[in-house]
Design a protein around this ligand. Sequence first.
Ligand SMILES: [Zn+2]
Length: 341
Amino acid sequence: MGQTALGHSKSRPSPQPPGLTRRPPPNFYNLSHHGSHDKIPAMTTFKNSALSNDQLHRFVFDNTPIRGNTVRLKNTYNTALQHVNYPPLLKSALGELMAAAALLAATLKLENGALILQIQGQGPLNLLVVECSASLEMRATAKWQGEITDQSFSELVGNGHFVITLDPKDGGQTYQGIVPIEGDNISEILQNYMQRSEQIETRIWLACDQQSAAGMLLQKLPDLPEHDADAWTRTGFLAETITDDELITLSAETLLTRLFHEEDVRLFDPRNINFRCSCSRKNVSNMLKMLGQAEVDSIIEERGEIEVNCDFCNAGYVFDKVDAEQLFAADIMPPVSKTKH
Ligand SMILES: [Zn+2]
C-alpha cells in the first residue's frame, strides 16, 4: 500500500492522553441469577457478509498537516447490539460511540490491545461502553435504569464522566483518562476531550440511524509544517456541510469528493472492522478468583453452580462445584506469577 504520505508520522509517539493513570482494565461480566442456557448464542456471532459496510478509510490532504478518516458500521453495529433490546436513544448513542471509537483507535495507532470509551452517567443512563481493538474488532454495551424516551443527552447522563482507556491486553500498563462530560452529544464530548487532553485539533462528525453508524474525523497534526495556513479552517468549513444522511449512505470516495472536491485528498486502502467479543472462560475464571473462594463457595452452596454472563455478547459461562474447586486449586500451584499469563 502506498502510504508514504503518512510514513513520517509513524515516528511520532502515539498521542496518549496526558493525566492518565494506571488502573486495572474494566471488567464487564455479569453474575447471572437465573440460568437461561437456551438463550445463549455462540460466543462470536459475526457473519461474514456485506463487509464493505464495515470499513475504516484513512485520508490525507496533501501538503497540509490535516488527516482524517471515515467509518461506516453495519454488521459490526447490529451484531454488537443484537443481544439487548436497547431504547432507541441508547441504540443511536452506542452507534455513535462505536463509530467514534473506530475513528479514534485508528488515529492512536494502537499496536496491540484496545481502546475503550465509556460514558458513565448519573442519570437514567449509567454506562455506555465501546471497545475497539488495534485490529478494529469491536464490542459495545450499555446499562440504564428506568425509562429512556426523549431526554436530552445531558438529562440522560446527569453529572457524568467520559472515560478513555488504553488497555494493552498483555498485562502491560493500562492508561486511563477521566474527564467530566462536556457537551450534549457524543461528538461534542469527544471533541472537547481531545482539545483539552491531547491538544490536537480534532473535529468529529457522527451519525446513527439505528441500522448503521458512521463517522468522519479530521485532525490537524501539531508537528507538521503548514504551507497552507488556511487549510484547517477551510476543510472544517467544508466538512461542516455534511449531513447525517450523507455520512451514513455515501461511500468514502463519494463523501470526500462531495465535500472536498477542490482539495487534494488522498484516500488510503480501507481496513475492515468486525464484531468480536474478547470474553473467555479464562477471563471469567480470573474474575471469580478475584471474588475470592469464600464468596464463590457460598454461591455454589446456594445455587449449585455459578453462571456468569458476558455483558457484551451474553455468552454464558457455567462453573459447577468441581470447576470452582479447580479454580482455586490451580491458583495455589503457581505461587508467584499467577497474573503473568
Ligand atoms: Zn462476550
